[in-house]
Design a protein around this ligand. Sequence first.
Ligand code: XLS
Ligand code: NI
Ligand code: NI
Length: 437
Amino acid sequence: MDSYFDSIAKIPYEGPETENPLAFRWYDKDRVVLGKRMEEHLRFAVAYWHTFCGDGGDQFGDATLRRPWTEPGDPMEMADLKLRAAFDFMAKLGVPFFCFHDRDLAPAGKTLKESNANLAAMADKALAEMERTGIRLLWGTANLFSHPRFMAGAATNPDPEVFAYAAAQVRAVLETTHRMGGVNYVLWGGREGYETLLNTDLKRELDQLGRFMSLVVEHKHRIGFNGTILIEPKPQEPTKHQYDYDAAAVHAFLRAYGLENEIKLNVEVNHATLAGHTFEHELAYAAANGLLGSIDINRGDPQCGWDTDQFPSNLQDLVPPLLVILKAGGLGNGGFNFDAKVRRQSIDAVDLFHAHIGGMDICARALLTAARIIEDGTLQAAVDERYAGWNGPLGRDIIEGRMTLQQLSDRVLAGNLDPAPRSGRQEALENLIARHL
Ligand code: XLS
Ligand code: NI
Ligand code: NI
């Protein structure tokens, strides 16, 4: 067998009118949007874990997705088979990036030394495939949540030996990411939280997490890794409560430990919604605080209260986030990583293509729509007009700190200020967005 994806050809761009389900309708990578190529705006990445390791198993059911590399066999040979299929898939899809966890790329060994050797060997092979295809690494990350040793946390574990083990693992993956030319490094604290406060010293655990992040940052500088370290907020699941709950909680954490200029955020759609926010809220908060790093693009299900990690498919949901990203000047070194998995009944190889093609197309369409809204200018004009008073003398005196509470009071009383309520025009602006969809 050559590759699991042999029966599928390179995915072409054919435009909105095409009948071909294995073609892009909107994602036209070289099309220039607001002065930049689409590919550079979106910087799509395939998530190695879902796309090549996802088995369709859920809380109630066994694996449904059978791939040649999940058959019984030598783990390193299977990793090899998976790698070759992965790069064939990504090249046919035409994505510029991928992301991985150490344990997706290479199997764990009996000791960390063995695991590291497996990772190093697979990284060499991945580098050869990257060279061959031109596909780059958006970010690497360490899996600090699957193995039972991490059941009570990695950095936040009550046992410092687990902290040390996690540090050793991150060192290996950070160095591997660096060697592979990765442009970011992600830390998702899957078990950095608690199941019950009855057995938890919250303050101590936060201090441990702060220490851990400082060690990672220090090591990044020591080895000369220029990529960005990113924390991926998530409120809960698998823990009852995760310390990196949302963008604001991570911001407070970073400031408490003096890390706000060293670490940014990888914001995930389904994590934002689990936290009771919209995705655009999380992006806007991150952008406002200089923390916008990268995004995990997916969607949740409004009826299921968990991280269903579905592929994005709704234009209306994606336009506001794209507006925030474009207004922030883009994601810089970040990208759109499809942290999304096909449903457990989507068992065929071609389903992986349908999923990614749809996801890339809907993001491209949202980009085009948001660009049109920006070029039209009405939305921004409405916002500028709404805050215009803050550019006048009173607004500037207040915000630039030239007014005390007493002086403000004097001004209101002397001038008989009686500001009139003004419409927020929400429906008009919603109509404006709808017109552009
Ligand atoms: C899980 C997270 C995970 C991170 C990488 O919910 O989204 O997939 O992105 O560890
Ligand atoms: Ni994620
Ligand atoms: Ni997630």
